[in-house]
Design a protein around this ligand. Structure first.
Ligand code: MN
Length: 335
């Protein structure tokens, strides 16, 4: 299941877990489905044993988007850790200490003087725990937690709720088994977890399919006036601030259109959206699936961030349609 050195860490963890009663669980700030699912799955597993006093903490409570998973709020955001005095700390999906935020900043010596189990799958994890169950071949921290549950022979305590948490992390970190980390192992883990009847459709609906009405209205306006050149290979539009106001949306409602919806357009190679922020700055998101445009040449003309296929730029002191004209002009030169 694990390589020998990780197996050794798991044995150590098992021992510490047996000999501790007060346990602190923590995951990273801005928790995602994997950070939340792995912590919550383990939290509810530990709840099944009468002798554990378990507290989960983070600077923030469960984000609204994950509240469909649990009617309870398990995060205590202002716990007096010195009073609780945990005997064991377990961190989930945390790659570096900065990701622990104020909880860690305000209790650094407690963290450093308590046995700490670091469960994670990030390649950048710097092994800050006393016990490091870090498996970079795992799709998600939830996949590792499932391995630990099997290793500790706790499968008989599994239920649909715990299974739903664990499946959430595997599904979100593999982007519904689309990303290249969708290994045979991750699918096998998911298949084993499916035996406990997790709410897998709820996960997909809530995390991938559900959209607010206002956002669809905004997308409708943008799609209706979509512009293109090269027979639809290059597609774009501009969103003035007035359209956000009219549809009661913000620029946060744009990313799904760029990264999920427009990518489904048949024949598309390059696409971008310019949008005006409340402070009049023009931001634009640029995506490319192919080498139709030399990205190194194109992207270096603008101020922003870019990597292989996705880039973001910001322009100040210009009208959105002026920026649009300039972008099209530069693009035309390169194709
Ligand atoms: Mn993760």
């Amino acid at each position: 299941m694990f390589e020998w050195n990780i197996q050794n860490e798991i044995w150590k963890f098992k021992n510490y877990l047996k000999n501790s009663q007060k346990i602190l669980l923590i995951n990273h700030r801005r928790m995602d489905g994997d950070a939340y699912g792995s912590l919550a799955g383990f939290y509810y597993m530990l709840q099944k044993f009468w002798n554990y006093k378990v507290i989960a903490t983070n600077d923030e409570i469960t984000p609204e988007s994950f509240q469909f998973l649990d009617e309870n709020q398990i995060f205590d955001t202002d716990i007096a850790l010195a009073d609780f005095a945990p005997e064991l700390i377990i961190s989930f999906d945390v790659a570096s200490l900065e990701q622990l935020g104020n909880v860690y900043k305000n209790n650094t010596s407690l963290f450093q003087n308590t046995t700490w189990v670091n469960i994670d799958h990030h390649i950048s994890n710097n092994l800050f725990g006393n016990i490091n169950i870090v498996d970079t071949s795992a799709s998600s921290t939830c996949e590792i937690v499932w391995d630990i549950i099997k290793d500790f022979e706790l499968e008989k305590y599994m239920d649909a709720k715990i299974a739903t948490f664990l499946l959430t992390g595997i599904i979100t970190d593999t982007n519904s088994f689309f990303n290249t980390n969708s290994s045979p192992k991750s699918l096998q883990s998911a298949s084993e977890i499916m035996k406990f009847q997790p709410r897998h459709q709820d996960i997909i609906i809530n995390l991938f399919k559900k959209k607010p009405y206002a956002r669809l209205k905004l997308w409708g306006h943008i799609l209706e006036n979509l512009k293109d050149i090269k027979n639809g290979k290059i597609v774009w539009n501009s969103v003035p601030q007035s359209l956000f106001i009219q549809t009661k949306t913000t620029d946060k409602d744009i990313s799904g259109l760029i990264d999920e919806f427009l990518t489904t357009l048949d024949g598309l190679e390059v696409w971008f959206l310019l949008y005006e922020l409340p402070d009049k700055k023009i931001k634009w998101s640029f995506r490319s699936k192919t080498d139709l445009v030399d990205l190194n040449v194109f992207c270096s003309k603008w101020w922003g961030w870019w990597h292989a296929r996705a880039s973001w730029f910001v322009v100040e002191g210009k009208n959105i349609y002026e920026v649009e004209q300039e972008v099209i002009y530069e693009l035309q030169k390169l194709i």
